[in-house]
Ligand binder design. Structure first.
Ligand code: C5P
Length: 226
C-alpha cells in the first residue's frame, strides 16, 4: 500500500486541452486527451491529497473524491486555475493550453460563399498561465509544476523552458512514435530547477504521475529528488 504522503496537502491539476472558438460550432483545439492529468489526480487522491482538477474538454470519468471544474477556453482555464491555486500547496499544469486564439469570435456560423475565398483567421496570443503562476505564487512556498512536449533535444529544450517559465519542476515528455497524446503510455524526464533530472522510462501514465508526486514530496522534505 502507498503511504499517504500527500495527506493534508491541497493540489491543483489542470488536464486536457483548451478549445478556442471561431464561431458557435467550430474551434481551434489540440489532441490532448487529459489522461496524464487525470492520472495525476487519481494518484494524488490515492496518496491522501485534496485534489482540484481543472478539466479542459476531457471526455473522462471524474476521479472519485476530486473537485472537478470543467473549462473550455484558455481564458476560462486561467481563471479557474488562478482561483483554485490560491492557498494550494502545489499546482501542476498538465493541460495543453492553446498558445493562440482567434482574434474574433463570430456570433453566427461562418458560411462558405460561392466564388468567394474564405476570410483569413487572425490569431492573438494567449497569456502563459504557467509563467504567470510561477511569477505570482498562490501561497508562500507553493510548488509549481509544468509539462512540456518535445520531439528533439529534449533535455536542452526542457532546461531552457524550465528557466523561461520560472516553475520548480518541468516534466518533459518525449512525443512521437506512439507516445503521449491520446495513448496509455508516456516517457519523460522530470527536471528540477534546483536538483538533478529523473528519467522515467516508458510506462503507464499513472507510473509517471507517481514519479511526479515523488519529486514534489522530495522538494517539500528538502531532500534531493530520487
Ligand atoms: O510553452 P509550452 O506550451 O511548451 O509549455 C507547456 C507548459 O506551459 C504546460 O505546462 C502548459 O500547461 C503551460 N502553458 C500555459 N499557458 C499557455 C501555454 C502553455 O500555462 N498559454
Amino acid at each position: 500500500a502507498l503511504e499517504p504522503d500527500l495527506a493534508g496537502r491541497h493540489v491543483v491539476i489542470s488536464a486536457g486541452g483548451t478549445r478556442e472558438p471561431l464561431d458557435p460550432v467550430r474551434y481551434l483545439g489540440n489532441r490532448s486527451s487529459g489522461k496524464q492529468g487525470y492520472a495525476l489526480a487519481r494518484t494524488a487522491l490515492a496518496r491522501g491529497a485534496r485534489v482540484t482538477l481543472i478539466a479542459a474538454n476531457a471526455a473522462l470519468p471524474d476521479p472519485a473524491g476530486a473537485e472537478v471544474v470543467p473549462v473550455g477556453t484558455a481564458e476560462e482555464l486561467r481563471q479557474a486555475v488562478t482561483k483554485a491555486a490560491s492557498g494550494a500547496d502545489a499546482v501542476v499544469m498538465a493541460a495543453a493550453v492553446a498558445d493562440f486564439r482567434p482574434a474574433a469570435r463570430s456570433g453566427s456560423k461562418i458560411k462558405k460563399r460561392e466564388g468567394q475565398e474564405p476570410e483569413p483567421v487572425r490569431l492573438v496570443r494567449n497569456p502563459d498561465i504557467l509563467a504567470a503562476l510561477s511569477a505570482a505564487r498562490g501561497a508562500p512556498g507553493q510548488l509549481v509544476v509544468g509539462f512540456a512536449a518535445e520531439t528533439d533535444d529534449v533535455l536542452a529544450n526542457g532546461r531552457a523552458k524550465l528557466a523561461r517559465k520560472g516553475c520548480d519542476l518541468l516534466v518533459v515528455n518525449r512525443v512521437g512514435e506512439g507516445l503521449a497524446f491520446g495513448t496509455e503510455e508516456n516517457e519523460a524526464v522530470i527536471l528540477d530547477a534546483r536538483g538533478p533530472e529523473t528519467v522515467v522510462p516508458r510506462g503507464p501514465k499513472d507510473e509517471l504521475a507517481d514519479r511526479v508526486w515523488d519529486a514534489v514530496v522530495a522538494r517539500w522534505s528538502g531532500a534531493p529528488p530520487r
